[in-house]
Design a protein around this ligand. Structure first.
Ligand code: FES
Length: 171
């Protein structure tokens, strides 16, 4: 009599098992893609929490042309970190350079407005001169608006930081 050797239970994956495996693989890939694609897309577009493309230099080609934007930065307050939004403005100055600053008034946090050639605060009538690096010309503001750090990258104005101490938010 021929003795059969016990090889254990070997189950071959059936169509349902194969379908489940395939589904799990796709799910893993979609999860990975869902987590990484937006990150790389933001990085490629220059958008995101710490990097904002404000405008192209071409869009702000003429003197006093400007573009308002919002910069998002994580701020720590009472032990909690949360994203805060800071409104800003990029202005092409007559000498061809750019003035890029916060629109939060350093006096009490009102929203500054731009009317060529000055930035003014409607709350206590502070006036700032972009040509003189935001110098306070009148009003209650104790200092010029906080400035944004920016670079010109392939014809784009890219804001990537805010001057330290600029945590005051719009009132
Ligand atoms: S809040 Fe702007 S001048 Fe007072």
């Amino acid at each position: 009599m021929r003795q059969q050797k016990f090889e254990g239970i070997v189950s071959m994956p059936g169509p349902v098992e194969l379908g489940r495996r395939l589904f799990c693989k796709w799910l893993a890939w979609f999860s990975f893609a869902g987590a990484t694609v937006p990150f790389f897309a933001r990085a490629a577009s220059g958008a995101g929490a710490d990097r904002v493309v404000v405008a192209t230099t071409e869009e702000l080609a003429s003197a006093w042309s400007f573009r308002e934007f919002t910069f998002t930065k994580e701020i720590e307050s009472r032990g909690l970190r949360a994203a805060s939004e800071f409104p800003g403005i990029a202005i092409r100055l007559p000498d061809g350079s750019f003035y890029v600053a916060s629109l939060v008034c350093p006096h009490e946090g009102c929203l500054i407005e731009f009317e060529e050639p000055l930035l003014t605060c409607p709350c206590h009538r502070s006036a700032f001169d972009p040509v003189q690096d935001g110098k306070v010309l009148s009003g209650s503001a104790p200092r010029p608006p906080w400035k944004f750090n920016f670079i010109i990258e392939k014809g784009k104005i890219v804001v990537h930081g805010l001057e330290p101490g600029a945590e005051m938010r719009v009132r």
